[in-house]
Design a protein around this ligand. Structure first.
Ligand SMILES: [Cu+2]
Length: 675
């Protein structure tokens, strides 16, 4: 393996030298132009090339490069995306517009865990409740867009290898003509347990007295092993129409979560998506798209790798067997009306969620309807009008209405089978972009976003025999209301071909924000509607200096308050920033990146959340790009710093009680070949 890598390095350098200057123009300049001139100040994007250069294990981790995005870390993989402090169902995390939900009630498998990098071309981010084409997403939307096959025969092979035997291998083959195209892909990911800056494995964070500590044989086991296979096939019956069907199967095996008291035995995911699209049907009807999708996840977790399992009559003392399924249909149209475009659509989805918990001792492994096979049905429609850009003012606004029903199909101690709730929600926004001089865009937005409570927040039930300070009764609240977010955004972006700077500020007033809390004077935790406010700001800039040097910097800040209780909200990321300097000729590059985070001392005292210290780490990387071949060598956390992200400690349920440190120094090599 090592000699092979060295051979490739040597061959690539020899091939490259005579051509260095010729291929100079330059992906980074293209990125500056896209970010500076093609995206609104409240939009961001991440290309798959940027992901490939990073040591990120999954999309949740890779997206932290974007201002305003951070992630919850539970172990070596399966990081959960956080956008401006908004988590979970407060944001929509989609793939090609498909709604996808994880099965685990502890979010071991967030949506972004269920697709592989290699499936994705780029990720689009909208900050704030400005997407009306999907229900929910009151904090924003993250949509991963999958690769589309090009003309002729094509392929893409990627292999990365790094410390802790971490492997990420993927291959795609595609073929396309005018009439049809298709692709097939396969990806394999594996890693042993990473070590943090103190030299200890993530499985060694527990004291010797903790019953949740890993058994001696599990400490050195693999951290995860994931196989993903997918295919996409499309026909173009006429020059203006296209029908596309895609299917993905993912099998994740033995995924460790030191953040929790259990680990995943497996996650098995099916994703299917079919679309039919016709453009330019008439002068009025510009675009018509029908989409039908289905996905399902089967997740099993237990404590068989922990000391808690060792005295139990079965392999495990606690287990959760969870299944979820989403299917939906969307019909969207774009019409040329007056001086602009009217977009309108009708959509429906059904999300079912069933989690069965089994525990030893007094529960005698009885089946408990932790999430009582509960369904959410949502029917919505929207209309949005956009004045064609080109003048100094561009205006966009719209309205969306949703009718939602939640129903439990099983009985638990909280609800009886057949219990239903109904919700009616209205979302709306108005966005104005003013361009006083070329290159300067000023964005203002006013929006109302909503989201309904999910099955877990409504109907969850995890009884304990004797609730205590260390063993709380965790349950849902079937009387929760939908959250309504009234948000204002102000942003300014200035750009030229070689430079952009983007600054944005937002303020959110959240009525009926769904907050996880300790019920006073009890040993119970549940969800409550509170009045909350959030505000924050982001700053991003990228500059092409002379001599192929590029400077990039970012800052993200958010502050969130529980106004009902007069204290901070839990799990809010601290002030963060990055600064990087890159030398990039278009053929080869070298980059040094500094990551910085301040202390987070705005914590939720009601949940006994504790402050997290600030930190700074350094990453370096360098590489070559030549005629479709790329080679990257990087060192993340160069100085092997021991540090913690604030979002690395689970409160409840099945909390382990320990923070998961970030990875220590790790070296990685990534190779790619595209034809
Ligand atoms: Cu789980």
């Amino acid at each position: 393996m090592k000699t092979f890598i060295l051979d490739v390095v040597a061959a690539s350098i020899l091939l490259t030298l005579p051509y260095g200057a010729a291929c100079a123009e330059n992906q980074i300049l293209d990125e500056i132009i896209v970010r500076g001139q093609q995206e609104s100040p409240n939009e961001e994007s991440l290309s798959i090339n940027e992901v490939r250069e990073s040591p990120a294990r999954d999309m949740g981790e890779a997206l932290k490069q974007i201002e305003g995005i951070s992630y919850v870390r539970k172990g070596a993989i399966a990081n959960d995306v956080v956008l401006r402090g908004f988590q979970k169902d407060n944001i929509n995390v989609l793939v090609d517009g498909v709604r996808l939900h994880g099965a685990c009630p502890s979010r071991m498998d967030p949506p972004s865990f269920h697709y592989d990098f290699a499936e994705i071309e780029q990720v689009k981010v909208i900050k704030g409740p400005y997407d009306l084409t999907n229900p929910g997403g009151l904090g924003g939307m993250i949509d991963a867009q999958t690769k589309r096959p090009g003309a002729g025969l094509g392929g893409d092979v990627n292999l990365s290898y790094g410390d802790w035997n971490s492997i990420n291998a993927a291959g795609i083959a595609s073929y396309g003509t005018d009439a049809f195209d298709g692709l097939l892909g396969y990806a394999y990911k594996y890693s042993d347990v990473p070590t943090s800056g103190d030299g200890k494995r993530l499985t060694e964070i527990y004291p010797a007295t903790s019953p949740s500590r890993y058994t001696s044989s599990a400490i050195d086991s693999k951290a995860y092993e994931i196989n993903t296979g997918w295919g996409k096939f499309a026909v173009n019956p006429t020059g203006n129409s296209r029908s596309e069907i895609s299917y993905t199967y993912q099998d994740a095996d033995h995924v460790l979560y030191p953040y929790l008291k259990m680990d995943a035995d497996y996650d098995r995911t099916h994703r299917m998506n079919w679309t039919y699209r016709i453009r330019k049907i008439s002068a009025l009807l510009q675009d018509l798209k029908l989409q039908v999708y289905w996905d399902t996840v089967d997740h099993l977790m237990d404590d068989r790798l922990r000391v808690t399992s060792q005295t139990s009559p079965r392999l495990y003392s606690m287990q959760t067997d969870a299944k979820t399924q989403v299917y939906g249909v969307k019909l969207n149209a774009a019409l040329a009306v007056g001086p602009g475009t009217l977009k309108t659509g009708l959509d429906y989805y059904n999300r079912n969620w069933d989690a069965v918990n089994r525990r030893a001792m007094y529960l005698a492994y009885r089946d408990l309807a932790m999430i009582p096979d509960a369904a959410i049905d949502n029917l919505g429609m929207f209309a949005e009008y956009e004045l064609l850009p080109g003048s100094r003012f561009s205006l966009k606004g719209g309205l969306r209405g949703d009718l939602t029903q939640a129903e439990a199909h099983k009985t638990n101690t909280l609800v009886a089978a057949g219990t239903t709730r109904a919700f009616a929600d209205v979302s709306a926004n108005l966005q104005l972009t003013f361009t006083p001089v070329k290159g300067l865009d000023i964005f203002t937005g006013l929006a109302r976003g909503t989201r309904t409570p999910d099955q877990q927040e409504l109907y969850l039930d995890v009884p304990v025999m004797m609730p205590s300070a260390t063993s709380n009764y965790w349950h849902g609240n079937k009387d929760l209301n939908s959250t309504v977010n009234h948000q204002a955004d102000l942003g300014a972006k200035y750009s030229t071909d070689r430079f952009y700077v983007n600054a944005s500020v937002f303020y959110s007033d959240l009525q009926d924000y769904i907050n996880f809390y300790q019920i006073p004077a009890t040993f119970e935790k549940s969800y409550q509607n509170i009045h909350a406010t959030m505000w924050g700001a982001e700053l991003g800039s990228q500059i092409a200096l002379d001599d192929d040097l590029f400077l990039r910097g970012s800052l993200s800040y958010v502050e969130a308050r529980n106004e009902s209780a007069g204290r901070s909200l839990s799990e809010i990321p601290p002030l963060r920033g990055t600064v990087s300097l890159r030398y990039d000729t278009g053929t080869y590059f070298f980059e040094a990146l500094e990551n910085l985070a301040r202390e987070q001392d705005r914590v939720d005292s009601g949940l006994n959340e504790t402050p997290t210290a600030g930190w700074a780490t350094t990453d370096i990387k360098g590489g070559l790009n030549y005629h479709g071949i790329s080679l990257i060598v990087g060192i993340a956390n160069l100085f092997d710093k021991q540090y913690f992200s604030h979002l690395s400690y689970a409160r409840d349920p099945f909390q382990s009680g320990f923070k998961v440190p970030e990875n220590g120094r790790n070296v990685y090599v990534a190779m790619g070949y595209k034809f």
